[in-house]
Design a protein around this ligand. Sequence first.
Ligand SMILES: [Ca+2]
Ligand SMILES: [Ca+2]
Length: 229
Amino acid sequence: MKTVILICALIGVAYAQNCGITGVDDEIVTIDSVLELTALDELIWTAPTFNVTGAAAIQHPHTRYLTGLRYASRYEYKATAVFNEFIKTEWNSTLVRNVVFTCSDTLTKSYTFLLNVIDENDQPPVFAVKAYTATVSQAANTGEPISANILVSDGDFELSNAQLIVRSSNALVTPFVDPTWTGQHPRPYTYRIDLIVSQSLAVGRYTIIFTADDGRASDYTVLDLEVTA
Ligand SMILES: [Ca+2]
Ligand SMILES: [Ca+2]
């Protein structure tokens, strides 16, 4: 019986001499709460540590986006001045950091941090050009298409931040995002705006403003529509 207790005690001591992040046994740590627009020196993540006396990040292209800070009993990440370039310059949204902790017993413990950056709606919709022209016959029936090839883009990373509502300043025509036309996806998401006749037409020239709105910002373009006899 005494032997069993002694072995357990030795095992316990052996584990206690290692180090790491408190409560985290895995070598891969996923962090899901990093916002795209995090500002310089803003705290991104912090966690308690035990028996850690040193920390060194292994060189990686992502290293420059975050500052890893080791304190006596915690480790944390803050954003650097170039953090917000990450999601604009790279076509993925996970920052990778490999860190080796030195333990108080001089052993080491390695972690891979995966920080998933959450896209924010900071890219506005932008029409390809600011002026379009189109022609339609007075005889066109309600529901007939008008060819104008209007294109509008939104550069956000997530589709949910690049979904657009398009409105017309004139009830003569109804605009809608063509669900069958596939532009460049992802980034920038580019949509073609199709137009249909929504009222009976009278001969003349009409200046119609179309506005695209992503819920946070908007852009507009002007259509010079000629209704011919
Ligand atoms: Ca947007
Ligand atoms: Ca964004």
